[in-house]
Design a binder for this molecule. Structure first.
Ligand code: N01
Length: 496
C-alpha cells in the first residue's frame, strides 16, 4: 500500500504553483497526511489540533481494557511497521505511544498547532479562510479534514441522570481519579466499549452490573502476546511485518466482503462462530438466553472478545436486562422496581456518528454552509469530496468503510486518492476542484441501493443506520473501495 501512496503522489515532485495546506485533526489520519505531504514535497502546511496531544480516538479513549479489535500488525501505517506490539490486539496506550513515536520520527509533531480548534473554514476568492478558537487566522489553498468519526459522546436520555451521587462519566471521558478496586461499578451499554470495560473491571469491582438494552453477538478471538523471540525476529527481518500486514489486509477484506452480502456463505460462517461461542461458553441456560440476540450476527458492529462471556459469568458480575426506569442518587432503578446501588456509573453509550466535522462552521462557494449541504444527512462523493466545497477533502468522511476495517488502511488509500486531486491543483491544471453534483447524486443513489443487501439492514438498531434506516457506511466489497481509490474519475470532478 505504501507503493500505492507513493505512486499516487508521483509526479508531484515537479510541482507547479505553490500551495499552502491545512490539515484539521492530529489523529491517525492527520499524522498520515503530514507525513505524506512532506514526502510529496508539499511542505507548506499546518496541522490544527484542538487538544494538547495528538492521537485522536486513542487520546480520547483511556478506559480500562481499551484495545483495538483490528490486529496491531494491520492497525499501523503500512510504511511504519512496528516489531514491538505486545499482543495480536494490543492495548490502547500502546497504539497511542506508536502514534506519538511515528509523529516524532517523521517530524510531524513539530508541524502541529496544539490546543487550537478550527472554528470556521470559509471559501472566498479561491482560498480557504480559517479561524481558530484562539483567534488565529490562516489562509490556505487546500484543507484536509481528518477530524475523525466517533468523538462526540452520546449521553443517554435517562430520567434522573444528573441526580446520581457517585462518580459518573462517559466511557470516552474516563475519570482516572475515581477508585475502581473493591467498589460497586455499573456500566450502561453493551457495545464494543462496554464489552472491553466489562472484561477489564469485573475482577476489580466488588460488584459489577452490566445494564443491557440489547444483547450482542460476540465473535471469539484469542489475543496471544508476542514473545520476545518473535519481536527479535521481527526486528531482524522487518520484511516479515510487511508480509503479515498484507496477509491480514486480505483476511480483513474477506470479512468486509462478507458483511456487505447478508446471504454469503462467509457471513453464515461468522454467524455460526458467534452462535457456537454462546452455546459453548455460557453455561447457565437462563443467562445464555438473556445474552442471545434476536437479530443476525454483525447486524450491529460485530464485537470481538476473548473473554467477555467469562467475565460476565463471574460470581460478582450481574447482567441486568430489566430495562432502566431512572437514575437515582444511589444507583440505577430498573423497571422491575429493583434499585442497583452503585459507587461508579459508566455511560458506555456510544457516540454521535452523524456529527462529522461539527461544531466547526464550514462555508463553501457562495456561502453555502455545511448545515445546508447536509440538511438531510452527511454525505460526500466517495466519502472524500463535496460539491461546492472545492479543494476541501475528507479522510474517513461520511459513508466510508468503517465496519471492522482498519481505518488506517482506509485513510492511506484515501490519501493516495486525495493527493491525485491535489496534484491537479499543484500542477496548475485547475485552481478549484470538487465532486460534481451529478457524481455525488449518482454515488449516493448507488450506495443507498447497495446498502439494502448488507447485513446491517437485517433488523437491528445500530449507529451505522441513518434516519432512514440506511447504513451510512461503504456497502460494497473492500476490493471495490481499493479500486475506486486508485485514481479519481475525471468526469466526476468539476475542475476549473
Ligand atoms: O458504542 P455503541 P461503543 N439506555 O454505539 C447502549 C468503535 N469502538 O462506544 O444496542 C440503555 O456501539 C446501546 O444499546 P442498544 C466501534 O466502531 C471500537 O461501544 O442501542 N442503553 C449500546 O449497547 C464501535 O462500534 C473498539 O440497545 C443505551 C451502547 O449503549 C464504536 O466505537 C472499542 C442507551 C452503545 O454502543 C462505538 O462503540 C470501542 C440508553 N439510553 C469502540 N443509549 C475496538 O476497536 C445507548 N445505549 C475494540
Amino acid at each position: 500500500m505504501a507503493d500505492e501512496v507513493t505512486r499516487a503522489t508521483g509526479g508531484s515532485e515537479e510541482g507547479g504553483r505553490p500551495l499552502r495546506l491545512a490539515v484539521i485533526g492530529a489523529g491517525m489520519a492527520g499524522i498520515l497526511s503530514g507525513i505524506k505531504l512532506t514526502e510529496a514535497g508539499l511542505d507548506d502546511f499546518t496541522i490544527y489540533e484542538k487538544a494538547d496531544r495528538l492521537g485522536g480516538t486513542w487520546r480520547e479513549n483511556t478506559y480500562p481494557g481499551l484495545a483495538c479489535d483490528v490486529p496491531s500488525q494491520l492497525y499501523c501505517y503500512s510504511f511504519a511497521p512496528n516489531p514491538d506490539w505486545s499482543h495480536l490486539f494490543s492495548p490502547g496506550p500502546e497504539i497511542q505511544s506508536y502514534l506519538d513515536r511515528v509523529a516524532r520520527e517523521y517530524g510531524i509533531d513539530r508541524r502541529i498547532r496544539f490546543g487550537d480548534e478550527v472554528t470556521c473554514c470559509a471559501f472566498a476568492d479561491g482560498r480557504w479562510q480559517l479561524e481558530t478558537a484562539k483567534g488565529h487566522h490562516d489562509e490556505v489553498d487546500v484543507v484536509i479534514a481528518a477530524t475523525g468519526v466517533l468523538h462526540h459522546p452520546k449521553l443517554p436520555e435517562i430520567r434522573g441522570l444528573d441526580s446520581f451521587e457517585g462518580a459518573m462519566f462517559h466511557s470516552a471521558r474516563w475519570d482516572h481519579a475515581v477508585p475502581l478496586d473493591g467498589v460497586r461499578i455499573g456500566v450502561i451499554g453493551t457495545g464494543s466499549t462496554a464489552v472491553q470495560i466489562t472484561s477489564a473491571l469485573v475482577e476489580r469491582a466488588s460488584h459489577f452490573s452490566l445494564f443491557q438494552r440489547t444483547a450482542q453477538w460476540i465473535m471469539p478471538q484469542q489475543n496471544p502476546a508476542y514473545t520476545e523471540e518473535q519481536k527479535a525476529e521481527f526486528r531482524a527481518h522487518p520484511e516479515q511485518l510487511i508480509d503479515i500486514h498484507e496477509k491480514l489486509s486480505v483476511l480483513f477484506a474477506g470479512f468486509a466482503n462478507a458483511v456487505v452480502d447478508a446471504d454469503s456463505a462467509e457471513m453464515q460462517d461468522i454467524e455460526d462462530a458467534c452462535r457456537v461461542n454462546l452455546e459453548q461458553n455460557v453455561h447457565d441456560p437462563e443467562l445464555r438466553e438473556q445474552l442471545r440476540p434476536d437479530y443476525r450476527a454483525a447486524c450491529k458492529r460485530l464485537i470481538i472478545s476473548p473473554d467477555f462471556y467469562e467475565a460476565i459469568q463471574q460470581p460478582n458480575a450481574e447482567l441486568v436486562t430489566s430495562g432502566i426506569e431512572r437514575i437515582e442518587p444511589a444507583g440505577v432503578r430498573t423497571r422491575d422496581g429493583v434499585l442497583h446501588e452503585l459507587d461508579v456509573l459508566v455511560l458506555a453509550t456510544g457516540f454521535r456518528a452523524d456529527a462529522f466535522m461539527r461544531p466547526m462552521r464550514l462555508l463553501g462557494r457562495n456561502g453555502l454552509t455545511l448545515d445546508e449541504a447536509w440538511a438531510e444527512r452527511p454525505n460526500a462523493y466517495l466519502s472524500i469530496s463535496m460539491p461546492e466545497f472545492p479543494n476541501f477533502f475528507m479522510l474517513n468522511g461520511p459513508n466510508g468503510p468503517v465496519g471492522n476495517f482498519s481505518l488506517i488502511d482506509v485513510a492511506e488509500l484515501q490519501f493516495g486518492y486525495v493527493m491525485q486531486l491535489v496534484d491537479r491543483l499543484w500542477s496548475g491544471e485547475c485552481r478549484e476542484i470538487c465532486a460534481t453534483r451529478e457524481a455525488m447524486d449518482s454515488f449516493e443513489a448507488a450506495r443507498t441501493e447497495a446498502a439494502k443487501r448488507t447485513i446491517w439492514t437485517t433488523g437491528c438498531r445500530s449507529w451505522y443506520l441513518d434516519d432512514r434506516g440506511i447504513p451510512a457506511t461503504w456497502p460494497w466489497p473492500f476490493t471495490r473501495f481499493r479500486e475506486e481509490m486508485q485514481a479519481p474519475d475525471p468526469a466526476a470532478y468539476d475542475c476549473r
